[in-house]
Design a protein around this ligand. Structure first.
Ligand SMILES: Cc1cc2nc3c(=O)[nH]c(=O)nc-3n(C[C@H](O)[C@H](O)[C@H](O)COP(=O)(O)OP(=O)(O)OC[C@H]3O[C@@H](n4cnc5c(N)ncnc54)[C@H](O)[C@@H]3O)c2cc1C
Length: 298
């Protein structure tokens, strides 16, 4: 199998038994059988075809900033769309970004072209592909506000251009996951702006993040979705769980909506802590928290 993968993406783009803790912002996760980083859409399509023909499971990821990979890792192929899948170009007010472009890079490109509208996204530590999948948002903005369309690859190997309406974006969800689509690229519509103002907004939001979020610890951002009518962090705090710990996993003292890896946490520490939080918040407030982070592997 390794030879087949090397034939598709080149030897520099395949690793075997790769610890996923090196590819997730939580810094947890056992080995992926194979981790591949295709350079082109053709290589990606070839990988999917190969996996289907040989009945090998595959999982597509970006920067691993919304993932908990379990301690025994992932069987099959992990396809990471990252640096070498990250072209960005601007035509007029439209910014086209390949799926693996980090949100920080997209923000930089928008600023270089004096385009406003992306400031909310520049500090989200994922890729644009991951951001489209879950309609990422922050500080009053979300992908839904600026996206025109996304190009996706279907399981059958077809390439579709989905409009904003077809993407069906709403709070932390879209049509991508239920259809098993792979986001190849996104087209964003921004507006002409003043570079000083764009820069100062980005800096202001970066400072707000540093002040409010435990960025000094590994995490996957907000662990839970916002339940209607509540804030997850406040419910957790009011349940008395600030600083609560299971093994190396802890409810952040700084922001109770963040579970952090406070030192050598395993994925099972994190999952046990999440389970305790959900039960205790439900006992106290009758609200069942839903995770925003995706759990994968075995
Ligand atoms: C400190 C911190 C702060 C954060 N702040 C925010 C925030 O303010 N707002 C917010 O919305 N999120 C936030 N997040 C969460 C996270 O950064 C976002 O969810 C981000 O969009 C995930 O992108 P990713 O590339 O890391 O995706 P991954 O974590 O790699 O993957 C997440 C999901 O998307 C799927 N996926 C990824 N790329 C593709 C693709 N190209 N095609 C198909 N499926 C794909 C994966 O299969 C998986 O199901 C934060 C995380 C951290 C660690």
């Amino acid at each position: 199998m390794i030879n087949d993968l090397v034939n598709i993406v080149g030897s520099e783009n395949v690793v075997q038994d790769e610890p996923m803790k090196n590819h997730t912002t939580f810094k947890v996760g056992g080995p992926a059988d194979y981790l591949v980083t295709p350079d082109t859409e053709d290589e990606l399509a070839e990988l999917i075809k190969y996996s289907k023909e040989h009945n090998i499971p595959y999982f597509v990821m970006g920067n691993g900033s919304n993932l908990i990979v379990k301690d025994n890792g992932i069987r099959g192929i992990v396809i990471k769309l990252f640096n070498n899948f990250s072209n960005c170009k601007v035509e007029g007010n439209r910014l086209y970004a390949s799926a693996g472009a980090l949100m920080s890079k997209v923000g930089r490109v928008a600023l270089e072209h004096n385009l406003t509208g992306f400031e909310f996204g520049a500090g989200i530590p994922g890729t644009i592909g991951g951001a489209v999948v879950m309609n990422a948002g922050a500080y009053g903005g979300e992908i839904k506000d600026i996206i025109v369309s996304a190009k996706v690859l279907t399981e059958a190997g077809e390439i579709l251009e989905l409009s904003k309406e077809e993407l069906n974006l709403s709070y932390r969800t879209s049509c991508i996951i239920p259809n098993n689509y792979i986001v190849l690229s996104a087209c964003l519509e921004l507006k002409p702006g003043n570079p000083e103002e764009i820069k100062s907004k980005m800096n202001e939001l970066a400072t707000a993040r540093r002040d409010k979020q435990p960025l000094e610890y590994p995490s996957a951002g907000s662990t839970f979705k916002r339940p209607e009518g509540y804030f997850a962090g406040k419910l957790i705090m009011d349940t008395g769980l600030r600083g609560y710990r299971v093994g190396g996993a802890q409810v952040s003292d700084k922001h109770c909506g963040f579970v952090i890896n406070a030192g050598n946490a395993t994925a099972s520490d994190i999952l046990d802590l999440i389970s305790d939080i959900r039960d205790r918040v439900e006992d106290k407030f009758g609200v069942r928290l839903e995770t925003e982070v995706k759990v994968i592997g075995e």
